[in-house]
Design a protein around this ligand. Structure first.
Ligand code: SF4
Ligand code: SF4
Length: 363
């Protein structure tokens, strides 16, 4: 696989400027041939939030890519995603991505309709049927921090191919950071994704992926090796690559060499020193022996030393989205307050991701 990561400046979401920037990125990397192919475009729609929140891939980036795919002769283009709480009314209008389907004649896909069971690692998991039906899959991620994995990106974006609440249950199947990162790499492999494009024009810093602050970064990134797109993102954010669990899991499994070359801008020269990163967890300091399968009983201890969600009554509107998403059944409403059973909590932070009022702090 090519190790080129192209990074192009793009200061605004004007369609012409974004199109030019994406063209520059894909022409400097190994973009898959889409002529006469069925192509799935998979943006990040963590929740159907307003575009200006920076939670989702910007619809203009999606539209520009689709226009390029059409010009390149793609036979049929599909667009879809599945948020953690995937209600029957979900159609991605608020974030503007469903409107792109209408403007470009692209087919919107419901990932929850007839998913197919796949053996993924040691687990059997449902995956969106469209993954099995297309020739080319393109991950179109958002440049964002993440409380659990420190940065999200093109690899983790394909976690969305697991429909709805099946995603949060993965945190119980793989509760440690390293086990979860391993599972994400297997899901990514199963998704057959062949290109990772990233919207880094307006990015998210701080407590991402849903409750951070937006920040102008002004970049579009892309590589045929999605791990390298994410590598460049992590570097620009100022992380040490060794601290990013998904990158280390992908390298350990031989899915990537993590040896990027930069045909356009060089990520090492784009580091944003004051980017607000998620603090690296204390379990990094635990000896490797304890992390190994030999001492599995200690794994729950590692989870317990992770930061804990705390619930702010001054912001909470008791919508119960956090209760509904919690895979460990650790949350309840008692006397009009959200209460947490710390013994049950696996520190997955799904509640934080789903809270629409920024009423959960991870401390
Ligand atoms: S998701 Fe947020 S606003 Fe809704 S009940 Fe939970 S803490 Fe409150
Ligand atoms: S309370 Fe929040 S962090 Fe804890 S298990 Fe539930 S969703 Fe995950």
């Amino acid at each position: 696989m090519s190790n080129r990561v192209a990074i192009s400046r793009c200061k605004s979401y004007h369609l012409d400027e974004v199109t030019e920037s994406i063209r520059e990125v894909i022409s400097n990397t190994s973009f898959p041939c889409v002529k006469n192919k069925k192509v799935l475009v998979k943006p990040n729609i963590l929740s159907d939030a307003k575009t200006e929140t920076g939670i989702t891939t910007n619809p203009i980036v999606v539209e520009a890519l689709i226009n390029i795919l059409k010009e390149e002769g793609a036979e049929t283009i599909y667009l879809g995603d599945s948020p953690g709480l995937h209600s029957s009314s979900f159609d991605a209008h608020t974030c503007g991505i469903k409107d792109v389907c209408e403007r470009t004649g692209t087919n919107w896909v419901d990932f929850t309709a007839n998913p197919v069971m796949h053996k993924i690692g040691k687990h059997s998991l449902p995956i969106a049927r469209i993954i099995d039906e297309v020739d080319v899959v393109i991950s179109v991620a958002k440049f964002k921090t993440n409380q659990l994995m420190y940065s999200t990106g093109c690899v983790k974006n394909m976690f969305g191919s697991i429909p709805g609440l099946n995603k949060s249950s993965c945190h119980v199947k793989a509760p440690s950071r390293s086990a979860f990162a391993d599972l994400i790499t297997e899901i990514y492999k199963e998704s057959k994704c062949s290109y990772g494009l990233m919207d880094g024009i307006i990015a998210m810093e701080g407590p991402g992926p849903a409750n951070g602050n937006i920040r102008q970064v002004g970049l579009i990134l892309g590589s045929a090796d999605s791990y390298l797109t994410d590598y460049a993102q992590a570097m620009i954010m100022g992380y040490r690559i060794e601290d990013i669990p998904i990158l280390m899991a992908g390298k350990k499994k031989g899915y990537t060499k993590l040896e990027p070359t930069y045909p356009l801008l060089d990520a090492r020269e784009l580091v944003i020193k004051d980017y607000k990163r998620v603090e690296i967890g204390k379990e990094k300091a635990i000896p490797a022996l304890i992390k190994s399968n030999l001492l599995k009983p200690f794994h729950s201890l590692m989870i317990k030393i992770r930061k804990t969600p705390t619930f702010r009554d001054d912001k909470c509107v008791l919508c119960k989205r956090c209760v509904d998403i919690c895979p460990a059944k650790a949350l309840d409403v008692v006397d009009n307050h959200i209460t947490l059973n710390k013994a049950h909590c696996v520190r997955c932070y799904c509640c934080h991701e789903m809270c629409p009022k920024n009423a959960i702090d991870i401390i």
